[in-house]
Design a protein around this ligand. Sequence first.
Ligand code: EPZ
Length: 432
Amino acid sequence: MDRIKIRGGKVLEGQIFISGAKNAALPLICASLLTDETVTLTNMPMLSDIKAMNILLEQLGTKIDEFNDFVDGHPAKTYSYRTKEATSLVAPYDYVRKMRASYYVLGPLLARYGKCELSLPGGCAIGARPMDIHLAALEQMGAQIEIKNGYIFADAHGKLKGAHIIFPGVSVGATCNVLMASVLAEGRTVLENCAKEPEIGDLAELLNAMGAKIEGIGTSVLTIDGVEKLHGATHKVIPDRIEAGSYAVAAAITRGKIELINAQSATLRRPLQVLKDMGVRVSETDRGILIDAKGCHLVGQDIMTEPFPGFPTDLQAQFLALMLTAEGASMITETIFENRFMHVPELLRMGANINVHGHASAIVRGVKKLSGAPVMATDLRASFALVLAGLVAEGETIVNRVYHLDRGYEKLEEKLRAVGADIERIKDNDEE
Ligand code: EPZ
């Protein structure tokens, strides 16, 4: 398996282009299942999760064309999806176990064909992650749901029916899935207590471009008037706010200065405020956001993860790493997932001072220095936190299980090398 080798101590300076958002692209791809016409997505990131979703759609009967494109002078992919007629309504275990987001085929297939069989994803490295909220809402829309042999068998016996649904908890996945289910349902659907993450807004914009009637985009109440049929559309994926936030931390942790090209500050208000409160200079530029930590003395801050517009759980690990280089103590509270401090034991091996209390909070105390070590993480964002620690650690850090990073960070080493990091990928068969 590939590894990443980092020699710490470089001050990062320059520009990083922010790619299209993985967590927007994944439901957008599945939205293409709602029509027999072509849906074209531009500014698609080049990530293994996108490839995995494409393979699943091909298995369902979607014809996919891939084009090399440019967005603001930077290479990106464009994909065209056409599902003239689905040849399968089954998302098998082997696909779903590799990528949970495969569950986004449920809403569209149920809406268009009235049926879907989906392997239940099960738990993962960051928590139990059930699908009860998705399923209860689809039942309210008239679907019959049965769980058997590890699969969800969903049957709407024809068309789904509009319903008034109040989600019992805020869920990004359930909001997207039920939104996609509702656009072809009979009558009006009202969804209350929706997640408001920008990726959901992006999905709703594509659906409206395909002929859906969704109101309330960006708010916690979405009103959807079902239509008979959707048509094709072309849509540009929003920039990845989590990638942008991750590189913002790379600038701050190395006390460097990076302009995040195409990053949108409206999607990053809380994390940017934390950086400012720590003592980092943050400003908007014509092309994105400038993070300037040169000569800054950083002070620890408390963070609590919350649904958008609160502090994102997907930036918790990276900010925790940053707090290690700040003065004083910081309390990090994770409220979204029950097992999202798996990076802590690895950071401790690099000389960190962190005390985890139960599953939900950690006290981080700034340390004089971190030292390089071989480390590995169990999820994508935790792996990036280890890369960040490696960038400031004395000596050499080897990050194992790089496949996690490849799921969500396009050209990670290339982007970091371009701003001065000493980082390289050791291929499985390379000599060290
Ligand atoms: C999405 O996951 C993202 N994934 C996650 O990003 C992100 O961490 C998460 O939203 C929160 O922002 C994608 O967009 C593909 P949820 P999702 O449903 O939709 C509980 C990354 O690193 N819940 O909002 O699965 C759930 O267990 C990934 O890019 C139920 O109890 O998250 C969790 O505690 C990791 N029942 C909370 O709600 C349900 O039916 C929020 O989960 C659904 C969720």
